[in-house]
Design a protein around this ligand. Sequence first.
Ligand code: BJW
Length: 241
Amino acid sequence: MRGRKRGNIVVLTGAGISKESGLDTFRDADGLWSRVNLEDVATPEGFARNPKMVHDFYNHRRRELQSDNVRANAAHVALGRLEAEWPDNVLVVTQNIDALHEEGGSKNLIHMHGEMLKARCDLCGAVHDWTGDMDIGTVCPACDAAGGMRPHVVWFGEMPFEMERISRALAQCSLFVSIGTSGNVYPAAGFVQEAIFSARAHTVELNMEPSEGATMFAETVYGPATEVVPAWVERVLEEGF
Ligand code: BJW
């Protein structure tokens, strides 16, 4: 026995969990920010300056996400299993805009930085499922106006989604696990402290390498997500945490 076999779990994931599914991270040497300037493509100001460039960036990533070889990997599937088999609440809060947690079986899931397969109209606020390309002339299916459509994602300077629900879950969790995130971007990077101070939660980091906030975690395991996440889930289900 390792210990606790009950208690709510909050799992935070980042781009590293989808790396072995074929999607790029942001800040690794071969990551997206080594090829494009984040101020140009991931800020409202960049979108206002050059909407075509931003639409092209997301159109490319939306097509890539829907290609046959981008599939949920063993880490996504293990988190789906954890939610199905753990006796208490498991909430996955992902910073990722892909749909691989859904494919891996997670149901209690928050996309705090939005979803690639959704689009939003800035003119009427409607959110639509979206699988095709978008451009500045795209018409909103709800209000029929052109010029307001944008990817349903959270750029720098914008408020992430469902922050109140996330804070409530952090305040009520016994275990907080961070997977595949570099800990560079707030408010997600502050969740480990929130879980410690508001809930005295046990904290675990599973990542390829120590993140910015690695010293705050009680337990750390380093290696590829497809190896360390299934092994960790198996251990928690068997022995508790
Ligand atoms: C593997 C692996 C494998 C590799 N297996 N692991 C000064 C101080 C503090 C904060 C601020 C500040 N100035 C501005 C801010 C706020 C700002 C911020 O944090 N800036 C920092 C850069 C300083 N944040 C915001 O603006 C946010 N909004 C906000 O704060 O609103 C106000 C607010 C106030 C109070 C409460 C709440 C809110 C919005 C942030 C939006 C981020 N948007 C993006 C783009 C989303 C759409 C898209 O995908 O295009 O989100 S940026 C990008 O970074 C994306 C990611 O979700 C996010 C995090 O990246 P992630 O997932 O950590 O990826 P990487 O690449 O950084 O790391 C990957 C990790 O995986 C690495 O560690 C690898 O080692 C590892 N790895 N292969 C396991 N196989």
